[in-house]
Design a protein. Structure first.
Length: 485
């Protein structure tokens, strides 16, 4: 009997110890929710405390090589809801939070009494699947009496993974991830033809120029990051959702909008601009497409929110304005280089498109940068002997026109001071070509793709002198958007 009593006592002690251990384990988990984002006064996290910038194993990003191993992209283990937290509800807050990070999964699951909804991590669109949350007893909440929950093991993880989303009230001092510093003031703008343009996250539009291969990799709401495959750099969402400021709209997908970002100046610190309708185009280029469907509309009860679908994108917004243009794009040519003539060809007056003087130093004016309107009577000539020999003689006399290369209408340029053997040497880099854009009702605009090159113009002197372009009337103002609900 004594032995039996001791055995019963030992079993009781073991049982009590096990209960205490489980309680302490739950307590430890409840104290370790350190990875979360804040959206309009609420914290959001995954029940297993995964970082919002953690990569996932699949998630449709097959070009990224830092995936987590095995089933690490799904809540397959049952976890208790930490003290002070609760299931995230299916509302606008949760959708914005889901779109703000990768969360180490393809989709995050929010709670609904009738069903469970999953939102794609980093995007905020609905993922397929129902009855995704189960208690450890295999029953859906709220009927489950379990204190631990996981994703339904019967296909709930899907191919891209699922994690359970939880929420609690945030500290008032915590930063809302969807609000950039100074919101809703838009201070970094550029104006052209009666329209003011900016990025949705108020990024500087005119950063220091760099060649495309080293230009910053940047996403909406995040700081510049150099091109790299370092997991610590790439494990970021494709920009956070940001509310559209009152009075602004997403800029229309027109040549007039794209013209503002064609050239070497207005780079918006990114690779591609995103316009209304989801069209996306390479910064500084013409119609080179970065893919369709790039504008993710995350609007809801909290307001009108947008984000780009992928990184290296920034959303352009616009509004009508009476502010003056940021740059003079309608330049009358008053500084001709001189007259080029040869036997059998009419004499042609030459100039550079930005009207730079022939004695302008390279340091003083090396970059046209902005697109300019082609003036009446002027053309962009081909690199004929008549013009190249004339320019070569000037270049050999160390006159630079503030440039390193002259751009002809072939798209290739013939070197200035950077090529001492010009015009008998090799042409400048083929990447120094001319970009053009036709703006309806205004005319043809041209700009060099890079700095150190300027567009060459020629005017046949045997033809009548044309009148300069009149000031272009401002376009019909865009309708002012309704205030944010």
């Amino acid at each position: 009997m004594l032995t039996s009593g001791r055995s019963h006592s030992n079993s009781l002690v073991l049982l009590v110890s096990l209960v205490v251990f489980i309680s302490l384990f739950d307590l430890v988990i409840s104290q370790t929710i350190t990875n979360y984002v804040v959206v309009r006064g609420r914290r959001y996290a995954t029940i297993d405390n995964i970082s919002p910038s953690a990569a996932c194993e699949v998630c449709g990003r097959s070009n990224e090589t830092y995936f987590l191993p095995g089933d690490a992209n799904c809540t397959t283990q049952a976890y208790p809801i930490p003290a002070g937290w609760e299931f995230a509800q299916d509302d606008h807050h949760a959708r914005l939070a889901a779109a703000s990070g990768f969360w180490g999964t393809g989709c995050v699951v929010v709670y609904s009494q009738d069903n469970n909804i999953a939102y794609s991590a980093g995007i905020g669109e609905i993922c397929p699947g129902t009855n995704l949350i189960l208690g450890e007893d295999g029953i859906r909440p709220p009927l489950s009496t379990s204190s631990r929950f996981r994703i339904n093991p019967n296909g709930g993880c899907g191919t891209e993974g699922r994690r359970i989303f939880i929420t609690q009230a945030a500290d008032p001092s915590e930063r809302d991830i969807t609000i950039f510093t100074g919101f809703p003031e838009i201070t970094n703008t550029v104006v052209m033809m009666g329209v003011e343009y900016a990025t949705l996250d108020n990024s500087p539009l005119q950063d220091s120029y760099a060649e495309p291969q080293v230009r910053v990799r940047n996403c909406q709401g995040y700081q510049p990051r150099a091109f790299t495959h370092d997991p610590a750099v790439l494990r970021q969402p494709s920009g956070v959702p940001i509310e559209l400021p009152t009075g602004w709209t997403v800029a229309p997908d027109t040549n007039r909008t794209k013209l503002v970002f064609m050239g070497a100046i207005n780079t918006a610190q990114t690779q591609c601009i995103v316009l209304n309708g989801g069209g996306s185009y390479v910064i500084g280029d013409r119609n080179v497409n970065c893919g369709g469907g790039q504008l993710v509309d995350l609007s809801g009860s909290l307001g009108i929110f947008y984000k780009p679908r992928y990184c290296d994108r920034r959303i352009i917004i616009s509004r009508p304005t009476t502010k003056p243009d940021t740059w003079v794009w309608n330049i009358t040519i008053t500084n001709p280089i001189g007259v080029a003539a040869s036997s059998g060809s009419p004499p042609n007056q030459l100039a550079v498109m930005d009207n730079a003087r022939y004695d302008l130093s390279l340091a003083a004016g090396q970059c046209q940068g902005y697109p300019l309107l082609l003036q009446p009577g002027w053309v962009i000539p081909g690199p004929t002997d008549q013009f190249t020999l004339f320019l070569g003689a000037i270049v050999q006399n160390l006159q630079s026109f503030g440039t390193g290369c002259f751009l002809f209408n072939t798209g290739l340029s013939l070197g200035g001071p950077f090529n001492a053997t010009y015009p008998n040497g090799l042409p400048c880099s083929a990447t120094y070509d001319t970009l053009n854009m036709d703006v309806q009702g205004v005319g043809q605009f041209y700009v060099a793709r890079t700095c150190y090159a300027k567009v060459l113009l020629a005017r046949d002197l045997t033809l009548p002198t044309p009148a300069p372009s009149p000031p272009t009337p401002l376009p019909t103002p865009l309708p002012t958007p309704l205030p944010t609900p």
